[in-house]
Design a protein around this ligand. Structure first.
Ligand SMILES: [Zn+2]
Length: 189
């Protein structure tokens, strides 16, 4: 049994904090899945409620957890493509669009403008549906301030809301420090 992980939700947005449930993505030896089990999802859900004030539905079966993994990994592919890591093939955006269409079939729409849609609770109580709506909203909006941590092996995403938009690290005292120590060692060589 793994030690309980303390969530640090520094993405500034639920969609980005979902992406950050994989740690050390840029390092194949350390790459860690943080949402392995329903218990881990549950503790993440609690952290999300505290940090973002969003009440996500509970997840009670592994198939639903797998849908959340697929959504997250698709969003990561879209963002990594944007960051220049991958050739833009359009596959990831198309997959996300299909997930969104499926979710929309379980939505209801407001009868006034501006049009608003939300999950129809009689058709779905799935966390994956709620997360899909949110992720698409973020990815179809302005991404200018969405950045990836400057430490390549970390590769967490965050929204830079600093006044002069100069944030480079998910956590300055972790990744920023690690980067500086390494740069210093390189200079000494
Ligand atoms: Zn980082």
């Amino acid at each position: 049994m793994r030690d309980e992980y303390t969530w640090t939700l520094v993405g500034g947005d639920l969609a980005l904090d979902l992406c950050n449930t994989r740690s050390w993505r840029g390092d194949p030896d350390r790459n860690i899945e943080r949402l392995c089990s329903l218990t881990e999802y549950d503790s993440w859900r609690e952290a999300v409620a505290q940090v973002h004030g969003t009440e996500l539905p509970a997840v009670t079966d592994k198939a639903e957890l797998a849908r959340i993994h697929l959504l997250r990994d698709t969003v990561l592919q879209v963002l990594d493509t944007r960051a220049g890591d991958r050739e833009a093939s359009g596959d990831a955006t198309r997959r996300l669009f299909e997930m969104w269409m499926s979710t929309l079939s379980r939505c209801t729409v407001s009868n006034s403008v501006p049009m608003r849609w939300s999950i129809d609770p009689t058709r779905s109580t799935a966390a994956s549906d709620q997360l899909t709506l949110h992720c698409v909203e973020v990815l179809s909006g302005n991404l200018d301030l969405v950045r990836r941590c400057g430490l390549d092996e970390c590769s967490w995403y965050f929204r830079d809301t600093t006044r002069n938009h100069s944030r480079r690290w998910c956590m300055a005292d972790e990744c920023g420090n690690r980067y500086r120590v390494r740069a210093y060692a390189r200079r000494r060589k």
